[in-house]
Design a protein around this ligand. Sequence first.
Ligand SMILES: [Zn+2]
Length: 53
Amino acid sequence: MPKDPVCKMEISREDAAAESEYKGNTYYFCSEECKESFEKQPDRYAERAKKAV
Ligand SMILES: [Zn+2]
């Protein structure tokens, strides 16, 4: 199951409130707020998401 890279909540694609593409990967978010945080610092969060896998 994909993880929201900002708050680390597990989230199904159907339940995602928002999604964003970054460097060829799609990230899913529980809320627009998390998406906004991600888009402010995508490198930081994308890096974290990789480690979580
Ligand atoms: Zn979230």
